[in-house]
Ligand binder design. Structure first.
Ligand SMILES: Cc1ncc(COP(=O)(O)O)c(C=O)c1O
Length: 382
């Protein structure tokens, strides 16, 4: 039986070129990049090269990139570190109600520390309205954090417009771009952001590595205290192999954006039109066009998404219900709830995310089994 992986929104395999580039740094070039001998300096050079690759991918300079252990840590560093540094200017933060838990929980932590957070609503497509951001600003607002693209429904947010709104203010603007980088061309200058989080494992790099873009001149408090690495913003010995793989994967993902997003958009549209025609009572969640090229989020009437997932799993077809990070917990998706869906509809959702290895044949096989699974599951409730 062929394995069909359709959960690239959760994670992706490390691509060959990245793995190849990483290998020497496990055993041969194992020097601590902080050591001044040649072995250490070769690691340091490799890290600098990766830093340049990541900076170039988003139109930044290498000094504006700080490596972290993950997208989660980059979000925490931006939000908690940014808010704490600006506490003397105010205590109000604006975010949206559809953010990843790595943002929402960082905001909840800050609420416990005395900050006040506004969670903006979204429309039925899961999009934040720029006028709602404008209306929420008070003289105490110090930080706005809105994700670039949603991990569950794939909706892309109007980041450049929000950036323009905040352009001449002293409010810090952060975006969680973990799902966005490598899928949509990105320039930090065009987006108008001060802080931007990136993760490696969604773009065919290794897990456990991420980065935070910090615009030149912006100051934030470190979360950790230790040696002076990463200009004291994020101390700890750097993970050289992971950083090298992250750099290569990011460069290649960005180089391939045009071609791959056209291919995936065509596959996505093909999949949705077939599902729409062949499977009754199904709705597409998220924006029809302002969405990630690889994301299809569906709600199937009268059937739990989790039940579909488990039946497809028996055929070695791997999808997700809601976001992978909340899978296992039986709470309805907070994203779909914020988009105005009932708890029942939110429980009926399933996320298919396409990637580099996905073919039209995979989609055909998936739809064949999906139709059978739905017929079977729906028959149980008649
Ligand atoms: C939008 C978004 N932000 C943050 C994260 C967390 O990234 P990491 O797994 O690198 O901690 C994820 C991962 O699912 C994500 O999709």
């Amino acid at each position: 039986m062929k394995t069909i992986y359709l959960d690239y929104g959760a994670t992706s395999p490390v691509r060959e070129e990245a793995l190849h580039a990483m290998m020497p740094y496990f055993q041969l070039e194992y020097g601590n990049p902080g050591s001044i001998h040649d072995l250490g300096q070769r690691s340091s050079d490799a890290i600098q090269h990766a830093r340049t690759q990541i900076a170039q991918a988003i139109g930044a300079t290498p000094r504006e990139i700080v490596f972290t252990s993950s997208g989660t840590e980059a979000n925490n560093l931006a939000i908690i570190g940014g808010a704490k540094k600006r506490k003397h200017l105010g205590n109000h933060i604006i975010t949206s109600s559809i953010e990843h838990p790595a943002v929402l929980e960082a905001c909840r932590y800050l609420e416990r520390e005395g900050f006040h957070v506004t969670y903006l609503p979204v429309d039925s497509y899961g999009q934040v309205e720029v006028k709602d951001v404008a209306n929420a600003i008070t003289e105490k607002t110090i930080l706005v954090t809105i994700m670039s693209a949603n991990n569950e429904v794939g909706t892309i947010q109007p980041i450049a417009e929000i950036g323009q709104l905040l352009q001449d203010s002293s409010i810090l603007f952060h975006t969680d771009a973990v799902q966005y980088i490598g899928k949509v061309p990105c320039s930090v200058a065009n987006l108008g952001v001060d802080l931007l989080s990136i993760g490696s494992h969604k773009l065919y790099g290794p897990k456990g590595i991420g980065a935070l873009y910090i615009r030149k001149g912006v100051r934030i408090e470190p979360l950790f205290h230790g040696g002076g690495q990463e200009r004291e913003i994020r101390p700890s010995t750097l993970n050289t192999p992971a950083i090298v793989g992250f750099g290569v994967a990011t460069t290649l993902a960005v180089q391939e954006i045009q071609q791959e997003s056209e291919r995936l958009t065509a596959l996505r549209e093909y999949a949705w039109s077939r599902i729409h025609q062949e499977v009754k009572d199904v709705d597409l969640n998220g924006h029809p066009t302002d969405r990630l090229s690889n994301n299809i989020n569906l709600s199937f009437h009268r059937v739990e998404g989790q039940a579909i997932l488990l039946e497809l799993n028996r055929q070695q077809i791997y999808v997700s219900s809601g976001s992978a990070c909340s899978a296992g917990k039986h709470r309805p998706s907070h994203v779909l709830r914020a988009m105005g869906r009932s708890d029942e509809v939110a429980h009926q959702s399933m996320r298919i995310t396409l990637g580099k290895e996905t073919t039209k044949e995979d989609i055909d096989i998936m739809i064949h089994h999906l139709s059978q699974v739905l017929t079977y599951l729906r028959s149980l409730f008649i």
